[in-house]
Ligand binder design. Structure first.
Ligand SMILES: Cc1cc2nc3c(=O)[nH]c(=O)nc-3n(C[C@H](O)[C@H](O)[C@H](O)COP(=O)(O)OP(=O)(O)OC[C@H]3O[C@@H](n4cnc5c(N)ncnc54)[C@H](O)[C@@H]3O)c2cc1C
Length: 410
């Protein structure tokens, strides 16, 4: 039976970072990865561009993006936080750029550049990456891991790190095995939900604007008529509802609600009803005598939204603008400010960027990522009960917890 100082289960972002950290401290490290390649989900991140962290420099603001559970990350961030992450990747050849919302991306090469850099560090440090090696079971004995059983072999180690990811995008290998292993070690699993996931609507008309990217819009969630959450930013219509960054973020407010849920899209959030009405009237005046309602709509929304807006409005598209009544203008302005959709559920794990819930944080030491129930067991990455909004916050969990879990404790 081969023995390692550190054996990591799962070769995703967290597992690779843990391996690099442990091996750079002189540990003999192996990763058992079920897929035939490591970092499959990392490759998909940011649509292949990999938004690997965020440049928000105020640590309290950064931590607040994870909600109440964010405070668990203070210790890990003090050792390997967002700034150190940028410096680290830069030092291993991943130069970066900052984009809208302080999102950090590799300057070139996208996700592959990040993954190649991590693999090359593993190689340099002689990490043994065992691809095509699914861990089938972990043998526990009285608060201690005894060995790990894979399809063909068994391995022992001084220290074991579970970095098996969540349940989202299972085709990348993260099928939730880590939760089972954690439960066998006695850990509590906080209920799991798909998060950062597109929303289905009861209405079928979103497909009329499918693929239309909207910027600078506001989306509000109404639960039984009460505003429970809202976001300003980007979204898109899909064949079955809505998606995009602000939809994904708001999706975390949806599983908790049994009652009626609606979404309201404000296409012109920076304009009040009065200012927007005045703007519409100016457009009408400018096109009076030669313009049609269709042209008016076109001047106010992106081209791909035109068919949808004409469908939702009661005003005939060929109506000459000078015949549009004040009442019709008011209704049209109301539509621009409040396009209502009824929520018909979320997409499942197959389309969710992350998993909400996971290994209960109360049972993990935040300064080491060590289990409080099993003395040689550690956790890192999405398997933990931590998730953040889009913008680089989820990969940051992996880098920081991976680094800490891989560290040799003084
Ligand atoms: C489409 C998409 C886009 C995303 N974009 C971004 C983004 O731009 N920025 C951002 O911050 N976050 C993004 N995320 C989220 C981010 O990618 C994840 O949070 C992160 O990759 C999770 O890393 P992890 O190492 O915890 O788990 P994973 O990357 O899921 O890795 C877990 C690994 O463990 C392996 N494994 C599982 N079970 C076993 C077993 N029994 N034996 C052996 N191996 C096993 C899996 O095969 C897998 O390789 C995105 C997610 C998706 C799906």
């Amino acid at each position: 039976m081969e023995h390692f100082d550190t054996l990591i289960i799962g070769g995703g972002s967290a597992g690779l970072m843990a391996a690099i950290r442990a091996s750079s401290q002189g540990q003999r490290v192996a990763i058992a990865e079920k897929n035939h390649s490591v970092g499959e989900k990392l490759l998909l991140s940011g649509r292949g561009r990999c938004n690997f962290t965020n440049a928000e420099s105020d640590m309290d603001i950064f931590i607040s993006r994870y909600g109440d559970k964010g405070k668990f990350l203070y210790s890990a961030f003090s050792k390997f936080g967002p700034l150190r992450t940028r410096e680290y990747f830069s030092s291993i050849g991943v130069k970066y750029v900052e984009e809208r919302g302080k999102r950090i991306f590799p300057k070139e090469g996208g996700s592959k550049k990040v993954l190649d850099a991590l693999i090359s560090q593993c190689r340099k440090n002689e990490v043994k990456i065992m691809r095509g090696t699914p861990v089938k079971a972990i043998k526990f004995n009285a608060g201690h891991v005894e060995r790990v059983i894979t399809e063909n072999d068994e391995y022992t180690a001084d220290k074991y790190i579970i970095a098996t990811g969540g349940k989202s995008y299972p085709k990348t290998g993260s099928t939730g095995d880590g939760y089972t292993f954690a439960q066998q070690a006695g850990h509590t699993i906080i209920p799991l939900y798909p998060a950062l996931v597109p929303v289905r609507t009861r209405e079928t008309w979103p497909k009329l604007a499918s693929g239309c990217d909207l910027r600078n819009v506001r989306l509000t969630v109404f639960a039984d008529g009460k505003n429970v959450a809202e976001r300003f930013g980007e979204m898109e219509f899909t064949n079955f509802g809505v998606s995009g960054p602000i939809v994904m973020e708001l999706s975390s407010h949806i599983p908790d609600w049994d009652g009626e849920l609606q979404l309201s899209l404000d296409m012109k959030p920076t304009l009040t009803h009065e200012i927007l009405t005045a703007r519409v009237k100016r457009e009408i005046e400018a096109h009076s005598g030669h313009g049609r309602f269709r042209g008016l709509v076109r001047s106010l929304v992106p081209a791909k939204m035109l068919t949808l807006m004409l469908e939702l409005s009661d005003i005939p598209q060929d109506k000459p603008v000078e015949y549009i009544s004040d009442e019709e203008i008011s209704e049209f302005v109301n539509l621009l400010k409040d396009i209502r959709m009824n929520v018909n559920g979320l997409w499942g794990y197959g389309n969710a960027m992350v998993t909400r819930g996971g290994v209960c944080l109360d049972e993990i030491d935040p300064s080491t990522m060590r289990s409080k129930l099993c003395d040689n067991l550690y956790f890192a990455g999405e398997v933990l009960d931590l998730n953040g909004p889009s913008g680089g916050f989820n990969l940051q969990i992996c880098w920081s917890t991976g680094y800490v879990a891989g560290s040799v404790n003084e």
